[in-house]
Write a protein that binds this ligand. Structure first.
Ligand SMILES: [Zn+2]
Length: 453
């Protein structure tokens, strides 16, 4: 393949054919390592990466809270005139229901232009891109203004104590950086054309709320006014009817502006309307019915997902419980929000318990060298496309980094179907071409922001 390099990339020409063969080999090897979490066993991948790096003179270090759940960190040094960049991927994967897969989920089968397997899209693609980045920086002898740090972290799924939750408080100096690149973005390909490349600059904050209704137990033949099931059902219907106001920030405003520019006329006018407070009502109600992800991107959301109550049809239970999945906009004042929730439920006999996960963190700026470098990389690798910043409705390990002051950006390969074969899905898979394009994308973005000009 003849590569179209330009800018800083011209100074460091890469033999991409050979790099693609290597990328594929490392990628398949680590997909074949079963790092289902729990139990994780991410040390398998960490040790492998360490060996590959050390073969080429790059020192890797294992950072482990538990011996079988190690993280790997490695660094290529720059001249220190700028602060480091951290490139991160997670080595653990979620479980599989093997009977629902059409291939062995840990065989990294190549079929139909894809590589199939658990972790191919989440997140062994980012791990492999980080590995290839370090190998290329070293081989090409790139002169760097800033250190480039690679962190292959375990324990991302379920926010285990062994991953960044361990590394940040215990080994901060080994990952401290101005910018971070991690999972969370990507792109969409339709009819062979990449529509856009998304960069995640912000994400919602997860809060789990447990409601416990209490009443008096009794015989089902004598109904009671304090039936816990009825109290809980009332509370849930009030929550369901509680409208959350929409709010835009720099990320979502830019998202809808840029999306409007590449959408068919009807959708485009909806995205423009949502930006304008006097015209947005209709677009908002359209989102609520037909564009559910967009609906969630612009407001704090509540979804009641678990109910537990009763054990026999003729016994009035003494308590009933519900779990509500709350995903708050990054600027939501959570204690105040829980107070308002209490008012909405308006039942002093219902107890409200909250459990939080990753910390809330401010969005990363669109006005940084890193975001500009990602846009440059997109123009080089996907010139037909545009870059769109997104707010993730799900949670990633970028938020604890952002909470420490890092500007973190979620990136990823392009997919041809958002519904099938994605992260956590059966038959998870990645387009081979996307994997290779992604390695080139990361290479150009990091050269742009880190190479001495
Ligand atoms: Zn992931």
């Amino acid at each position: 393949m003849v590569s179209k390099e330009s800018g800083i990339g011209l100074r460091y020409p890469v033999p991409w054919d050979q790099v693609e063969r290597e990328t594929l080999e490392h990628f398949q090897t680590i997909v074949r390592m079963d790092t289902t979490s729990p139990p994780g066993n991410e040390t398998l991948v960490a040790e492998y990466l360490k060996q590959v790096l050390e073969r080429e003179g790059i020192t890797g270090r294992l950072l482990a809270l538990e011996p079988n759940r190690a993280n790997l960190v490695a660094r290529i040094r720059g001249n220190g005139s700028k602060r480091p960049i951290l490139v991160m991927g997670h080595t653990d994967v979620v479980g599989v229901q093997r009977e629902k897969w059409s291939v062995d989920p840990f065989a990294a089968v190549r079929k139909g232009g894809y590589i199939w397997g658990r972790g191919t899209g989440d997140d062994k693609d980012n791990v492999t891109a980080g590995l290839m980045l370090l190998l290329l920086l070293k081989r090409q002898g790139v002169k760097l203004d800033r250190d480039v740090i690679f962190l292959a972290e375990g324990g991302e799924e379920g926010y285990s104590p062994t991953g960044v939750r361990y590394v940040i408080p215990n080994h901060w100096e080994e990952i401290d950086a101005e910018f971070a690149l991690a999972e969370g973005g990507g792109g969409i390909i339709k009819d062979g054309k990449v529509i856009y490349i998304s960069v995640a600059t912000s994400e919602k904050v997860r809060l789990e709320v447990q409601l416990i209704a209490r009443g008096t137990a009794g015989h089902g033949s004598i109904p009671r006014p304090d039936n816990a099931v009825v109290s809980l059902a009332n509370a849930i219907s009030r929550i369901a009817a509680w409208a959350q106001p929409m709010r835009l920030d720099e990320t979502t405003r830019t998202y809808f502006q840029r999306l409007a520019g590449i959408s068919p006329p009807e959708a485009a006018s909806r995205y423009r309307a949502i930006l304008n407070s006097s015209e947005r009502a209709e677009a908002e109600s359209h989102f609520a019915r037909h564009e559910l992800r967009h609906n969630s991107m612009i407001r704090t959301s509540l979804s009641p997902n678990v109910l537990k109550a009763g054990f026999r049809a003729n016994v009035i239970p003494s308590d009933a419980e519900a779990l509500i999945d709350i995903r708050a906009l990054p600027d939501e004042d959570l204690p105040k929000f829980v107070e308002r929730l209490r008012e909405v439920i308006a039942d002093p006999l219902i107890e409200i318990k909250t459990t939080s996960g990753r910390p809330a963190a401010p969005a990363s700026s669109l006005n940084t060298e890193m975001f500009a470098a990602l846009e440059t990389a997109q123009k080089l690798v996907h010139p037909e496309s545009i870059t769109i910043p997104i707010l993730l409705t799900g949670a990633t390990d970028m938020s604890p980094l952002r909470a420490k002051g890092m500007q973190a950006y979620g990136i990823g390969p392009v997919v041809d179907d958002e519904e099938k074969g994605g992260a956590h899905a059966d038959d998870e898979r990645i387009l081979e071409k996307s994997l290779h394009d992604f390695v080139r994308f990361v290479w150009h973005a990091v050269l742009e922001v880190a190479a001495a000009k």
